[in-house]
Design a protein around this ligand. Structure first.
Ligand code: PYC
Length: 332
């Protein structure tokens, strides 16, 4: 049967965001995490159809909007992408807010501000507009923390690598330049992708990563490769691997949050500091340490992430499993 999804497409600093503005399923639950679990049980075919080829591609990523559970908030966001439904997505939030405000999908309670319910927790947003166009979005993310330091893992071709694991809405394995890894600029994207797949599965076999306050957030899902900046006014550069074949074209919001938490735990950042993060294509997010907090007995930070997005078009997408053998997509 044919199902139609009215989508609005954008990109955040180069990485795609597809917001489902019409056709998304009704979800049950008293939080966006509960609604996410309902979606994964019954409606994951929508994510697969909209994210994978032939309607999407390896980097495709998006969201579905919901009324908030708590009426004090403006909107609930379910993130969808090729790897599943992330608890939190930074570039996805910047793109979603840009689309939602610019296209009139949400009327904010307070102009210039939004309170977003995400599966990972409440995210506060401030945005700027010039006329109708949203020119910048800053999100104040959930508590981010360094979960583990100096874990050793064997990487094909490179040998032993030391990895820190940090949480910024997803768990990131961070590989800083070291003896066996010279920095992301010395390798091809294809090499980083194929090593990342092996490293992620080895790390999840060898270690367990579970959020101390939410058991539904577990497992290392992303690998962040660090390297030299392109622009000397930036603080750092990264290539973030996600899904099975993707390198984030944006500087990655949850990855930037995780990396700032790592730097903070290592004494390289403090409250009020700025952290300008470059992506693989040189686009930038401005990170800030908004606050210093704790999670359990670990130091944590509240990161701020600022970036921009551009709406690229409207997209009425059909998923019809009677006429299309590839209705739910494929990967090669
Ligand atoms: O910006 O948080 C992010 C993100 C996660 C995966 C791709 N981008």
């Amino acid at each position: 049967m044919r199902k139609t999804f009215f989508c609005i497409d954008a990109h955040t600093c180069g990485n795609p965001v597809r917001v489902v503005a019409g056709g998304g399923p009704l979800l049950e639950g008293n939080s966006m995490m509960e609604r996410r679990l309902h979606f994964l049980r019954e409606f994951d075919w929508i994510r697969k159809g909209l994210m994978f080829e032939p309607r999407g591609h390896d980097m495709m990523s998006g969201s579905i909007l919901y009324p908030p559970v708590d009426p004090a908030n403006d909107i609930g966001v379910l993130y969808i992408e090729t790897s599943g439904c992330l608890p939190m997505c930074g570039h996805g939030t910047i793109g979603t807010v840009t689309i939602a405000i610019q296209e009139g999908l949400v009327i904010p309670k307070v102009p210039g501000k939004l309170r977003l319910e995400t599966p990972a927790g409440l995210v506060l947003v401030e945005y700027r507009q010039e006329g109708k166009r949203v020119t910048s979005v800053k999100l104040v993310n959930i508590k981010s923390f360094l979960a583990a330091e100096n874990l050793v893992v064997e990487c094909p071709d490179l040998g032993q690598l030391s990895m820190d694991v940090s949480y910024g809405g997803n768990f990131y394995g961070i590989i800083d330049p070291q003896e066996n890894f010279k920095g992301l600029e010395h390798y091809t994207a294809d090499q980083l992708i194929s090593w990342s797949r092996v490293l992620r599965s080895r790390m999840n076999e060898q270690y367990k990563f579970v959020h101390p306050e939410n058991e539904h957030i577990s497992g290392l899902s992303h690998i962040l490769w660090a390297g030299a900046v392109l622009d000397e006014t930036s603080t750092a550069r990264n290539a973030v691997f996600y899904g099975d074949k993707a390198i984030d074209r944006s500087p990655c919001g949850t990855g930037t949050s995780a990396r700032m938490a790592q730097w903070h735990a290592r004494g390289k950042l403090k409250k009020g500091d700025q952290f300008i993060h470059e992506s693989i294509i040189g686009s930038k997010f401005i990170g800030t340490v908004e606050d210093e907090v704790t999670i359990g007995n670990k130091p944590a930070i509240i990161p701020g992430i600022e970036g921009w997005a551009v709406v690229t078009g409207y997209n009425n997408i059909f998923i019809d499993d009677e006429e299309d053998p590839y209705a739910y997509g494929f990967q090669v």
